[in-house]
Design a protein around this ligand. Structure first.
Ligand code: PLP
Ligand code: COI
Length: 343
């Protein structure tokens, strides 16, 4: 039976559900996946994750379709990105078939927590691996844990699909050729102080420029950028220092724009100085979906997009409707994008 929750009033907040999936890595191999009801973890005080932040994670969602099925969106890309992240942090990757099995087990066990179709909420799934074994010299942990948990969530920004105002940060999120292109916990630790400052000043998020030259747009703390030019082209920034996370949402939107909607697309370096020329700006990600940006504050100078502060611009709206239509099964997407959970 679906849980009795006021789905429409959910925000993006942790809530333990009935089950999570776990596995341990010891002596060179992963154990069998297990379902557990225990939402706590018990690790050494000297665990490498606590001392040296050896942890990587993923984020994806499960959706309830109109005909009652439960589906996920391109989970193979999350599995592959977590492999890339784990390798970069000297951790044992979770193979794709193990990731997919954990996903199926987790969502099936928590099916009652998947928000109803049309409720505005979704089930957010958070897989992660961390160095659980003790390490005091700077080296990878001797043992690791993999966990996949989930929770029903509403919009990431309190504004929902209303435009937000962001600021240009004086801090950097990721070093050139560092770890910005993987989903490591340390990248988010790097953004916490800057995020708190932005919030205290009344901004929803930070725009980070490339750390090397501070001339090109990279991304925000938790989403990639997409821009719409005045002649309707979709543009997304490419990093010259490989420090942007390869967002599944952004990669999918670029395909939706070109192959489904027949729009022109460009993935290229975006100079900060050209930002005032764009007609629309949005943040895209699993949590953010597409969150429109109405204004960017650059040290007191305001860049206001012609799409305004009242609603999402027309081109982003078209992309939003098509992407969410595919994710919720209303629109047929490219082959292999939807993975149905067998109940
Ligand atoms: N960029 C950062 C830094 C993120 O944390 C996320 C969230 O996962 C994204 C971009 C968007 O990626 P995706 O669309 O795969 O969720
Ligand atoms: C996601 O969108 O899945 C993320 O991990 C972003 C995070 C800021 C919640």
């Amino acid at each position: 039976m679906t849980k009795n929750i006021d789905w429409g009033s959910l925000s993006f907040k942790y809530q333990p559900t009935d089950y999570r999936v776990t596995a341990s890595y010891e002596d060179g191999k992963w154990s069998e996946l297990e379902l557990t009801t225990d939402p706590t973890v018990h690790i050494s005080e000297c665990a490498c994750v606590l001392q040296y932040a050896q942890t990587v994670f993923e984020g994806l969602k499960a959706y309830r379709t109109e005909d009652g099925k439960i589906v996920t969106f391109r989970p193979d890309l999350n599995a592959q990105r977590m492999i890339d992240s784990a390798v970069r942090l000297a951790m044992p990757p979770v193979p794709e078939d193990m990731f997919m099995k954990a996903l199926d087990m987790l969502v099936k066990a928590n099916a009652d927590w998947v928000p109803p179709y049309g409720s505005g909420a979704t089930l957010y799934i958070r897989p992660f691996i961390y160095g659980s074994g003790p390490m005091i010299g700077v080296a990878p942990a001797p043992s690791f844990e993999f966990r996949m948990m989930c929770m029903p969530v509403g919009p990431y920004f309190k504004e929902g699909i209303k435009p937000i105002v962001i600021k240009v940060s004086d801090f950097d999120r990721a070093a050139p050729h560092g770890t910005g292109n993987i989903k490591a916990g340390l990248n988010y630790a790097m953004s916490l102080y800057a995020g708190e400052l932005a919030h205290a000043e009344g901004f929803a998020e930070n725009m980070y420029l490339d750390a090397g030259t501070r001339t090109c747009v990279e991304e925000t703390g938790g989403a990639n950028f997409i821009f719409i030019t005045k002649d309707g082209k979709v543009v997304t920034p490419k990093s010259h220092s490989d420090s942007i996370l390869p967002s599944v949402t952004r990669r999918s939107l670029m395909v939706v724009a070109s192959d489904v909607l027949g729009m022109e697309t460009e993935t290229r370096e975006v100079k900060f100085e050209e930002v005032p020329e764009f007609a629309e700006c949005g943040l895209c990600g699993t949590a953010a979906v597409i969150s429109p940006v109405g204004k960017i504050n650059d040290h007191g100078r305001e860049i206001a997009f012609p799409s305004g502060m009242d609603e999402m611009g027309p081109t982003l709206k078209k992309l939003y409707d098509t992407l969410t239509g595919i994710q919720m099964g209303r629109i047929e997407g490219p082959e292999g994008w939807i993975h149905e959970i067998e109940l």
